[in-house]
Design a protein around this ligand. Structure first.
Ligand SMILES: Cc1cc2nc3c(=O)[nH]c(=O)nc-3n(C[C@H](O)[C@H](O)[C@H](O)COP(=O)(O)OP(=O)(O)OC[C@H]3O[C@@H](n4cnc5c(N)ncnc54)[C@H](O)[C@@H]3O)c2cc1C
Length: 444
Protein backbone atom coordinates (compact mmCIF):
# COMPACT_ATOMS: atom_id res chain seq x y z
CA UNK A 1 0.00 0.00 0.00
CA UNK A 2 1.50 3.36 -0.97
CA UNK A 3 1.61 6.31 1.39
CA UNK A 4 -0.90 8.14 -0.86
CA UNK A 5 -3.59 5.52 -0.37
CA UNK A 6 -6.33 6.45 2.05
CA UNK A 7 -8.05 3.77 4.12
CA UNK A 8 -11.77 4.56 4.30
CA UNK A 9 -13.51 3.24 7.42
CA UNK A 10 -17.30 3.31 7.51
CA UNK A 11 -18.74 3.58 11.03
CA UNK A 12 -17.14 5.57 13.84
CA UNK A 13 -18.51 3.25 16.51
CA UNK A 14 -16.00 1.79 18.95
CA UNK A 15 -14.56 -0.74 16.48
CA UNK A 16 -14.23 1.62 13.51
CA UNK A 17 -12.67 4.37 15.61
CA UNK A 18 -10.20 2.06 17.33
CA UNK A 19 -9.23 0.66 13.92
CA UNK A 20 -8.70 4.19 12.59
CA UNK A 21 -6.48 5.04 15.56
CA UNK A 22 -4.32 1.95 15.18
CA UNK A 23 -3.84 2.42 11.44
CA UNK A 24 -3.12 6.16 11.75
CA UNK A 25 -0.48 5.41 14.35
CA UNK A 26 1.25 3.25 11.76
CA UNK A 27 1.28 6.14 9.33
CA UNK A 28 -1.81 5.34 7.24
CA UNK A 29 -4.10 8.15 6.20
CA UNK A 30 -7.64 7.31 7.30
CA UNK A 31 -11.05 8.72 6.43
CA UNK A 32 -13.69 7.79 9.03
CA UNK A 33 -17.31 8.19 7.88
CA UNK A 34 -20.14 8.18 10.45
CA UNK A 35 -23.88 8.59 9.95
CA UNK A 36 -24.46 10.10 13.38
CA UNK A 37 -23.55 13.55 14.64
CA UNK A 38 -20.22 14.17 16.35
CA UNK A 39 -20.54 12.66 19.87
CA UNK A 40 -18.29 15.41 21.25
CA UNK A 41 -21.12 17.88 20.67
CA UNK A 42 -24.23 15.71 21.11
CA UNK A 43 -25.96 14.02 24.03
CA UNK A 44 -26.00 10.25 23.51
CA UNK A 45 -28.99 8.45 22.02
CA UNK A 46 -30.95 6.35 24.50
CA UNK A 47 -32.24 2.90 23.74
CA UNK A 48 -29.11 0.96 22.72
CA UNK A 49 -27.29 -0.61 25.61
CA UNK A 50 -26.18 2.28 27.79
CA UNK A 51 -23.27 0.44 29.30
CA UNK A 52 -21.34 -2.69 28.52
CA UNK A 53 -18.88 -5.04 30.13
CA UNK A 54 -15.26 -4.81 29.13
CA UNK A 55 -12.98 -7.77 29.79
CA UNK A 56 -9.34 -8.61 29.14
CA UNK A 57 -9.55 -8.73 25.33
CA UNK A 58 -11.11 -5.27 25.14
CA UNK A 59 -8.81 -3.83 27.80
CA UNK A 60 -5.76 -5.13 26.00
CA UNK A 61 -6.83 -3.37 22.78
CA UNK A 62 -7.50 -0.08 24.59
CA UNK A 63 -4.14 -0.33 26.30
CA UNK A 64 -2.44 -1.00 22.98
CA UNK A 65 -4.05 2.16 21.57
CA UNK A 66 -2.94 4.07 24.72
CA UNK A 67 -6.43 5.19 25.68
CA UNK A 68 -7.18 2.85 28.58
CA UNK A 69 -6.12 5.44 31.16
CA UNK A 70 -8.46 8.08 29.73
CA UNK A 71 -11.49 5.78 30.09
CA UNK A 72 -10.51 4.16 33.38
CA UNK A 73 -12.28 6.79 35.57
CA UNK A 74 -15.56 5.80 33.84
CA UNK A 75 -15.15 2.08 34.53
CA UNK A 76 -16.89 0.34 37.43
CA UNK A 77 -15.26 -2.84 38.72
CA UNK A 78 -17.43 -5.99 38.62
CA UNK A 79 -15.61 -8.83 40.41
CA UNK A 80 -18.56 -11.23 40.16
CA UNK A 81 -22.24 -11.93 39.64
CA UNK A 82 -24.72 -10.93 42.30
CA UNK A 83 -27.56 -13.42 42.07
CA UNK A 84 -31.06 -12.44 43.16
CA UNK A 85 -33.06 -15.61 43.57
CA UNK A 86 -36.73 -15.29 44.48
CA UNK A 87 -37.19 -14.94 48.23
CA UNK A 88 -33.44 -15.26 48.94
CA UNK A 89 -30.92 -12.61 49.96
CA UNK A 90 -28.53 -11.63 47.11
CA UNK A 91 -25.58 -14.01 46.69
CA UNK A 92 -22.17 -12.98 45.37
CA UNK A 93 -20.35 -15.33 42.97
CA UNK A 94 -16.84 -14.22 42.11
CA UNK A 95 -16.00 -14.49 38.40
CA UNK A 96 -12.46 -15.65 39.00
CA UNK A 97 -10.05 -16.58 41.73
CA UNK A 98 -7.67 -13.63 41.78
CA UNK A 99 -8.12 -9.88 42.20
CA UNK A 100 -7.41 -9.16 38.56
CA UNK A 101 -10.06 -11.58 37.30
CA UNK A 102 -12.76 -8.96 37.11
CA UNK A 103 -14.80 -7.32 34.36
CA UNK A 104 -15.66 -3.63 34.04
CA UNK A 105 -18.87 -1.80 33.33
CA UNK A 106 -18.40 1.25 31.12
CA UNK A 107 -20.74 3.73 29.52
CA UNK A 108 -20.90 3.08 25.77
CA UNK A 109 -21.24 6.81 25.09
CA UNK A 110 -18.22 7.69 27.18
CA UNK A 111 -16.10 5.02 25.57
CA UNK A 112 -17.10 6.18 22.11
CA UNK A 113 -16.46 9.83 22.92
CA UNK A 114 -13.02 9.01 24.37
CA UNK A 115 -12.13 7.12 21.19
CA UNK A 116 -13.32 9.98 18.96
CA UNK A 117 -11.34 12.52 21.02
CA UNK A 118 -8.23 10.37 20.64
CA UNK A 119 -8.88 10.00 16.89
CA UNK A 120 -9.32 13.76 16.49
CA UNK A 121 -6.04 14.38 18.30
CA UNK A 122 -4.24 11.81 16.19
CA UNK A 123 -2.81 13.22 12.96
CA UNK A 124 -3.85 11.48 9.75
CA UNK A 125 -7.53 10.81 10.53
CA UNK A 126 -10.23 12.79 8.75
CA UNK A 127 -13.47 12.54 10.74
CA UNK A 128 -16.69 12.95 8.75
CA UNK A 129 -19.96 12.96 10.70
CA UNK A 130 -23.59 13.13 9.49
CA UNK A 131 -22.75 11.00 6.45
CA UNK A 132 -24.82 7.87 5.97
CA UNK A 133 -23.27 5.35 3.61
CA UNK A 134 -25.94 3.86 1.42
CA UNK A 135 -24.01 1.81 -1.10
CA UNK A 136 -20.68 0.63 -2.36
CA UNK A 137 -20.09 0.79 -6.10
CA UNK A 138 -17.91 -2.26 -6.49
CA UNK A 139 -17.13 -1.44 -10.15
CA UNK A 140 -15.77 2.04 -9.56
CA UNK A 141 -14.61 1.45 -5.96
CA UNK A 142 -16.68 4.37 -4.72
CA UNK A 143 -18.64 4.62 -1.53
CA UNK A 144 -22.03 6.29 -1.90
CA UNK A 145 -23.28 8.38 1.01
CA UNK A 146 -26.05 10.77 1.89
CA UNK A 147 -25.61 14.01 3.79
CA UNK A 148 -28.08 15.15 6.46
CA UNK A 149 -30.02 17.07 3.81
CA UNK A 150 -30.60 13.84 1.85
CA UNK A 151 -28.20 14.70 -1.00
CA UNK A 152 -26.20 11.80 -2.44
CA UNK A 153 -22.44 11.92 -2.96
CA UNK A 154 -19.78 9.50 -4.20
CA UNK A 155 -16.18 9.23 -3.11
CA UNK A 156 -13.35 6.87 -4.02
CA UNK A 157 -12.72 4.18 -1.40
CA UNK A 158 -10.10 1.90 -2.84
CA UNK A 159 -9.31 0.38 0.55
CA UNK A 160 -12.44 0.10 2.64
CA UNK A 161 -13.03 -1.29 6.12
CA UNK A 162 -16.71 -1.54 7.04
CA UNK A 163 -17.31 -1.23 10.79
CA UNK A 164 -20.88 -0.03 10.44
CA UNK A 165 -22.43 -2.47 12.88
CA UNK A 166 -24.95 -5.30 12.69
CA UNK A 167 -27.12 -3.51 10.10
CA UNK A 168 -24.07 -2.73 7.90
CA UNK A 169 -24.91 -0.89 4.68
CA UNK A 170 -21.64 -2.05 3.14
CA UNK A 171 -22.49 -5.69 3.91
CA UNK A 172 -25.92 -5.18 2.29
CA UNK A 173 -24.19 -3.72 -0.77
CA UNK A 174 -21.85 -6.74 -0.97
CA UNK A 175 -24.74 -9.15 -0.43
CA UNK A 176 -26.87 -7.55 -3.15
CA UNK A 177 -24.00 -8.20 -5.61
CA UNK A 178 -23.57 -11.81 -4.41
CA UNK A 179 -20.20 -10.99 -2.86
CA UNK A 180 -21.22 -12.52 0.47
CA UNK A 181 -23.89 -14.81 1.90
CA UNK A 182 -25.68 -13.73 5.05
CA UNK A 183 -27.97 -15.55 7.47
CA UNK A 184 -29.39 -14.21 10.69
CA UNK A 185 -30.26 -16.58 13.50
CA UNK A 186 -32.85 -14.60 15.39
CA UNK A 187 -33.46 -15.32 19.07
CA UNK A 188 -37.12 -15.70 20.07
CA UNK A 189 -36.24 -13.46 23.04
CA UNK A 190 -36.11 -9.65 22.91
CA UNK A 191 -34.68 -7.15 25.36
CA UNK A 192 -35.66 -3.85 26.92
CA UNK A 193 -33.46 -1.51 28.89
CA UNK A 194 -34.60 0.18 32.09
CA UNK A 195 -32.91 2.82 34.20
CA UNK A 196 -32.49 2.30 37.96
CA UNK A 197 -31.72 5.76 39.34
CA UNK A 198 -29.26 6.47 42.14
CA UNK A 199 -30.51 7.04 45.67
CA UNK A 200 -31.23 10.64 46.70
CA UNK A 201 -27.70 10.91 48.13
CA UNK A 202 -26.18 9.84 44.78
CA UNK A 203 -25.18 6.34 45.91
CA UNK A 204 -26.08 3.10 44.16
CA UNK A 205 -29.44 1.56 45.10
CA UNK A 206 -27.89 -1.95 44.81
CA UNK A 207 -24.40 -3.17 45.65
CA UNK A 208 -22.19 -1.20 43.29
CA UNK A 209 -19.49 -3.73 42.45
CA UNK A 210 -21.05 -6.61 40.60
CA UNK A 211 -23.21 -7.66 37.68
CA UNK A 212 -26.67 -8.20 39.15
CA UNK A 213 -28.71 -11.08 37.74
CA UNK A 214 -32.27 -12.09 38.51
CA UNK A 215 -32.37 -15.56 36.83
CA UNK A 216 -35.91 -16.82 36.35
CA UNK A 217 -35.50 -19.95 34.23
CA UNK A 218 -36.98 -18.88 30.90
CA UNK A 219 -36.03 -15.21 31.24
CA UNK A 220 -33.88 -12.87 33.30
CA UNK A 221 -33.16 -9.33 34.34
CA UNK A 222 -29.61 -8.03 34.67
CA UNK A 223 -28.22 -4.69 35.90
CA UNK A 224 -24.80 -3.12 35.34
CA UNK A 225 -23.55 -0.19 37.46
CA UNK A 226 -22.80 3.28 36.13
CA UNK A 227 -20.38 5.74 37.72
CA UNK A 228 -23.18 8.24 38.48
CA UNK A 229 -24.86 5.92 41.00
CA UNK A 230 -27.43 4.54 38.57
CA UNK A 231 -27.73 1.08 37.01
CA UNK A 232 -28.75 0.09 33.53
CA UNK A 233 -31.03 -2.91 33.80
CA UNK A 234 -31.96 -5.12 30.86
CA UNK A 235 -34.92 -7.46 30.74
CA UNK A 236 -34.42 -10.47 28.41
CA UNK A 237 -37.77 -12.14 27.78
CA UNK A 238 -39.53 -14.24 25.12
CA UNK A 239 -41.37 -12.24 22.48
CA UNK A 240 -44.46 -14.49 22.67
CA UNK A 241 -45.83 -17.07 25.09
CA UNK A 242 -47.04 -17.31 28.68
CA UNK A 243 -44.33 -15.13 30.19
CA UNK A 244 -43.50 -12.80 27.34
CA UNK A 245 -43.34 -9.24 26.13
CA UNK A 246 -46.59 -9.86 24.27
CA UNK A 247 -48.37 -10.24 27.63
CA UNK A 248 -46.93 -6.99 29.02
CA UNK A 249 -49.31 -4.81 27.05
CA UNK A 250 -50.25 -2.31 29.74
CA UNK A 251 -48.95 -0.77 32.97
CA UNK A 252 -50.94 -3.16 35.13
CA UNK A 253 -49.54 -6.24 33.43
CA UNK A 254 -46.00 -4.86 33.73
CA UNK A 255 -46.38 -4.10 37.46
CA UNK A 256 -47.93 -7.48 38.08
CA UNK A 257 -45.07 -9.21 36.22
CA UNK A 258 -42.44 -7.29 38.18
CA UNK A 259 -44.14 -7.89 41.51
CA UNK A 260 -44.26 -11.63 40.79
CA UNK A 261 -40.70 -12.00 39.50
CA UNK A 262 -38.63 -8.98 40.51
CA UNK A 263 -40.33 -7.65 43.64
CA UNK A 264 -37.08 -6.22 45.00
CA UNK A 265 -36.54 -4.19 41.81
CA UNK A 266 -40.01 -2.66 41.68
CA UNK A 267 -39.39 0.04 44.33
CA UNK A 268 -36.10 0.97 42.65
CA UNK A 269 -37.78 2.09 39.40
CA UNK A 270 -40.49 4.56 40.43
CA UNK A 271 -41.37 5.41 36.80
CA UNK A 272 -41.39 1.79 35.60
CA UNK A 273 -44.71 2.22 33.72
CA UNK A 274 -43.45 5.14 31.73
CA UNK A 275 -40.06 3.60 31.03
CA UNK A 276 -41.62 0.33 29.95
CA UNK A 277 -44.01 2.07 27.59
CA UNK A 278 -41.39 4.32 25.98
CA UNK A 279 -38.16 2.32 25.85
CA UNK A 280 -37.75 0.21 22.72
CA UNK A 281 -38.15 -3.55 22.70
CA UNK A 282 -35.21 -4.74 20.63
CA UNK A 283 -34.34 -7.99 18.91
CA UNK A 284 -31.29 -10.19 19.30
CA UNK A 285 -29.59 -12.27 16.64
CA UNK A 286 -26.40 -14.02 15.64
CA UNK A 287 -25.21 -12.87 12.25
CA UNK A 288 -23.42 -15.33 10.00
CA UNK A 289 -21.75 -13.74 6.99
CA UNK A 290 -19.20 -15.21 4.60
CA UNK A 291 -16.91 -14.10 3.13
CA UNK A 292 -16.11 -10.85 4.92
CA UNK A 293 -13.79 -9.69 2.21
CA UNK A 294 -14.02 -8.70 -1.41
CA UNK A 295 -10.68 -7.51 -2.77
CA UNK A 296 -9.81 -4.34 -0.87
CA UNK A 297 -13.09 -4.21 1.08
CA UNK A 298 -13.42 -5.91 4.48
CA UNK A 299 -16.16 -6.21 7.10
CA UNK A 300 -15.10 -6.19 10.79
CA UNK A 301 -16.79 -6.07 14.22
CA UNK A 302 -20.56 -6.45 14.33
CA UNK A 303 -20.78 -5.79 10.58
CA UNK A 304 -19.11 -9.18 10.03
CA UNK A 305 -20.15 -11.25 13.04
CA UNK A 306 -22.71 -9.72 15.44
CA UNK A 307 -23.53 -12.05 18.34
CA UNK A 308 -26.03 -12.18 21.19
CA UNK A 309 -24.84 -10.23 24.26
CA UNK A 310 -24.86 -12.96 26.93
CA UNK A 311 -21.12 -13.41 27.22
CA UNK A 312 -20.49 -9.67 27.16
CA UNK A 313 -18.02 -10.23 24.32
CA UNK A 314 -19.36 -8.54 21.15
CA UNK A 315 -17.29 -5.43 21.59
CA UNK A 316 -14.37 -7.24 23.19
CA UNK A 317 -14.30 -9.45 20.09
CA UNK A 318 -14.55 -6.43 17.76
CA UNK A 319 -11.62 -4.79 19.55
CA UNK A 320 -9.65 -8.01 19.17
CA UNK A 321 -10.44 -7.87 15.41
CA UNK A 322 -8.75 -4.45 15.34
CA UNK A 323 -5.57 -5.74 16.98
CA UNK A 324 -5.37 -8.73 14.62
CA UNK A 325 -6.01 -6.69 11.49
CA UNK A 326 -3.57 -3.98 12.53
CA UNK A 327 -0.83 -6.59 13.02
CA UNK A 328 -1.57 -8.17 9.62
CA UNK A 329 -1.58 -4.82 7.83
CA UNK A 330 1.78 -4.05 9.43
CA UNK A 331 3.24 -7.26 7.97
CA UNK A 332 1.54 -7.19 4.60
CA UNK A 333 1.64 -4.06 2.40
CA UNK A 334 -1.15 -5.32 0.09
CA UNK A 335 -4.47 -4.71 1.92
CA UNK A 336 -6.30 -7.37 -0.12
CA UNK A 337 -3.84 -9.99 1.12
CA UNK A 338 -3.98 -8.74 4.68
CA UNK A 339 -7.81 -8.84 4.51
CA UNK A 340 -7.80 -12.38 3.07
CA UNK A 341 -5.47 -13.55 5.81
CA UNK A 342 -7.60 -11.85 8.45
CA UNK A 343 -10.80 -13.58 7.44
CA UNK A 344 -9.08 -16.95 7.06
CA UNK A 345 -7.52 -16.72 10.54
CA UNK A 346 -10.39 -15.16 12.42
CA UNK A 347 -13.45 -17.11 11.37
CA UNK A 348 -12.99 -20.04 13.77
CA UNK A 349 -12.75 -17.62 16.68
CA UNK A 350 -15.83 -15.60 15.84
CA UNK A 351 -17.84 -18.78 15.21
CA UNK A 352 -16.69 -20.07 18.62
CA UNK A 353 -17.68 -16.96 20.56
CA UNK A 354 -21.06 -16.92 18.79
CA UNK A 355 -21.72 -20.44 20.11
CA UNK A 356 -20.47 -19.63 23.62
CA UNK A 357 -22.56 -16.44 23.77
CA UNK A 358 -25.73 -18.41 23.05
CA UNK A 359 -24.80 -21.07 25.61
CA UNK A 360 -24.19 -18.43 28.24
CA UNK A 361 -27.80 -17.26 28.01
CA UNK A 362 -28.92 -20.67 29.23
CA UNK A 363 -26.33 -20.51 32.01
CA UNK A 364 -27.26 -17.02 33.22
CA UNK A 365 -31.03 -17.36 33.20
CA UNK A 366 -31.38 -20.99 34.21
CA UNK A 367 -28.38 -23.17 35.04
CA UNK A 368 -27.07 -20.94 37.86
CA UNK A 369 -30.19 -21.98 39.78
CA UNK A 370 -29.39 -25.69 39.58
CA UNK A 371 -27.43 -27.50 42.34
CA UNK A 372 -25.60 -29.74 39.81
CA UNK A 373 -24.33 -26.63 38.02
CA UNK A 374 -23.09 -25.17 41.31
CA UNK A 375 -21.31 -28.45 42.10
CA UNK A 376 -19.59 -28.52 38.68
CA UNK A 377 -18.54 -24.91 39.05
CA UNK A 378 -17.00 -25.54 42.47
CA UNK A 379 -15.18 -28.59 41.18
CA UNK A 380 -13.87 -26.60 38.20
CA UNK A 381 -12.59 -23.81 40.46
CA UNK A 382 -10.91 -26.35 42.75
CA UNK A 383 -9.18 -27.94 39.74
CA UNK A 384 -8.02 -24.51 38.61
CA UNK A 385 -6.53 -23.84 42.05
CA UNK A 386 -4.71 -27.17 41.96
CA UNK A 387 -3.63 -27.05 38.29
CA UNK A 388 -3.74 -23.38 37.28
CA UNK A 389 -1.83 -23.86 34.03
CA UNK A 390 -3.82 -26.91 32.96
CA UNK A 391 -7.45 -26.35 33.94
CA UNK A 392 -9.09 -22.93 33.49
CA UNK A 393 -12.90 -22.73 33.57
CA UNK A 394 -14.23 -21.71 30.15
CA UNK A 395 -15.68 -18.44 31.40
CA UNK A 396 -12.21 -17.50 32.66
CA UNK A 397 -10.54 -18.42 29.36
CA UNK A 398 -12.95 -16.18 27.46
CA UNK A 399 -12.96 -13.24 29.85
CA UNK A 400 -9.48 -13.17 31.42
CA UNK A 401 -7.15 -15.02 29.05
CA UNK A 402 -6.80 -13.19 25.73
CA UNK A 403 -3.75 -15.34 24.97
CA UNK A 404 -6.20 -18.27 24.55
CA UNK A 405 -8.22 -17.87 21.35
CA UNK A 406 -12.01 -18.21 21.44
CA UNK A 407 -11.73 -21.35 19.29
CA UNK A 408 -9.30 -22.94 21.74
CA UNK A 409 -11.48 -21.89 24.70
CA UNK A 410 -14.47 -23.64 23.12
CA UNK A 411 -12.51 -26.80 22.39
CA UNK A 412 -10.70 -26.92 25.74
CA UNK A 413 -14.01 -26.21 27.43
CA UNK A 414 -15.50 -29.38 25.90
CA UNK A 415 -12.51 -31.46 26.99
CA UNK A 416 -12.76 -30.05 30.52
CA UNK A 417 -16.51 -30.79 30.66
CA UNK A 418 -15.81 -34.45 29.87
CA UNK A 419 -13.21 -34.52 32.62
CA UNK A 420 -15.70 -33.05 35.10
CA UNK A 421 -18.29 -35.65 33.99
CA UNK A 422 -15.80 -38.43 34.74
CA UNK A 423 -14.84 -37.07 38.16
CA UNK A 424 -18.47 -36.57 39.17
CA UNK A 425 -19.53 -40.00 37.86
CA UNK A 426 -16.74 -41.64 39.84
CA UNK A 427 -17.40 -39.43 42.90
CA UNK A 428 -13.76 -38.37 43.03
CA UNK A 429 -12.22 -35.37 44.73
CA UNK A 430 -10.28 -32.85 42.62
CA UNK A 431 -7.06 -33.61 44.50
CA UNK A 432 -7.29 -37.36 43.88
CA UNK A 433 -4.58 -38.91 41.74
CA UNK A 434 -7.31 -39.81 39.23
CA UNK A 435 -7.92 -36.12 38.48
CA UNK A 436 -4.24 -35.70 37.59
CA UNK A 437 -4.28 -38.77 35.35
CA UNK A 438 -7.49 -37.59 33.65
CA UNK A 439 -5.78 -34.28 32.92
CA UNK A 440 -2.84 -36.19 31.43
CA UNK A 441 -5.15 -38.37 29.34
CA UNK A 442 -7.01 -35.31 28.06
CA UNK A 443 -3.73 -33.65 27.07
CA UNK A 444 -4.38 -30.71 29.36
C1 LIG B 1 -28.06 -5.22 24.82
C2 LIG B 1 -26.63 -5.37 24.41
C3 LIG B 1 -25.66 -5.49 25.38
C4 LIG B 1 -24.32 -5.64 25.01
N1 LIG B 1 -23.39 -5.79 25.98
C5 LIG B 1 -22.10 -5.99 25.64
C6 LIG B 1 -21.11 -6.17 26.64
O1 LIG B 1 -21.41 -6.16 27.85
N2 LIG B 1 -19.81 -6.38 26.27
C7 LIG B 1 -19.46 -6.42 24.94
O2 LIG B 1 -18.28 -6.62 24.65
N3 LIG B 1 -20.38 -6.25 23.97
C8 LIG B 1 -21.67 -6.04 24.28
N4 LIG B 1 -22.61 -5.85 23.31
C9 LIG B 1 -22.18 -5.91 21.89
C10 LIG B 1 -21.59 -4.58 21.45
O3 LIG B 1 -22.53 -3.56 21.65
C11 LIG B 1 -21.23 -4.64 19.97
O4 LIG B 1 -20.51 -5.82 19.70
C12 LIG B 1 -20.37 -3.45 19.59
O5 LIG B 1 -21.07 -2.25 19.78
C13 LIG B 1 -19.93 -3.56 18.14
O6 LIG B 1 -19.19 -2.42 17.79
P1 LIG B 1 -19.12 -1.96 16.27
O7 LIG B 1 -18.29 -0.70 16.28
O8 LIG B 1 -18.72 -3.09 15.41
O9 LIG B 1 -20.63 -1.62 15.88
P2 LIG B 1 -21.58 -0.49 16.48
O10 LIG B 1 -21.32 -0.25 17.89
O11 LIG B 1 -22.96 -0.85 16.05
O12 LIG B 1 -21.11 0.82 15.70
C14 LIG B 1 -21.39 0.99 14.31
C15 LIG B 1 -21.19 2.45 13.96
O13 LIG B 1 -21.44 2.61 12.57
C16 LIG B 1 -22.33 3.69 12.36
N5 LIG B 1 -23.09 3.39 11.15
C17 LIG B 1 -24.06 2.45 11.00
N6 LIG B 1 -24.53 2.46 9.74
C18 LIG B 1 -23.85 3.42 9.08
C19 LIG B 1 -23.90 3.91 7.76
N7 LIG B 1 -24.76 3.41 6.85
N8 LIG B 1 -23.07 4.92 7.40
C20 LIG B 1 -22.20 5.45 8.31
N9 LIG B 1 -22.12 5.04 9.59
C21 LIG B 1 -22.93 4.02 9.97
C22 LIG B 1 -23.19 3.69 13.61
O14 LIG B 1 -23.82 4.95 13.79
C23 LIG B 1 -22.16 3.38 14.69
O15 LIG B 1 -21.51 4.53 15.12
C24 LIG B 1 -23.94 -5.67 23.65
C25 LIG B 1 -24.93 -5.54 22.66
C26 LIG B 1 -26.25 -5.38 23.04
C27 LIG B 1 -27.28 -5.25 21.96
Amino acid sequence: MTADDVVTIVGAGPVGTLMALLLARRGHRVRLIERRADPRTQTPERGRSINLALAARGLRALEHAAILESVRPEMVRMPGRILHETGEPPRFWPYGQSDDEVIWSISRAHLNRALIIAAAAQGGIELQFDRRCIDLDTQSGEVVWQDDGGLTHREPAHTLIAADGAGSAIRHAMQSRDLCQVTEEELPHDYKELHIPSRADGTHALAMHGLHIWPRGGFMLIALPNTDGSFTATLFLARHGDESFARLHDARAVRDFFSRHFADVLPLIPDLDQQFATHPQSQLATLHCWPWQSGRTLLIGDAAHAIVPFHGQGLNCGFEDCLRLDALMAQQPDPARAFARFEADRRLDTDAIAIMALENYQEMRDQVLRPDFVQRRELALALERLYPARFIPRYGMVMFHPEISYADALQRGHTQERLLDALIAEGLAPDSGRAASLLDEAGL
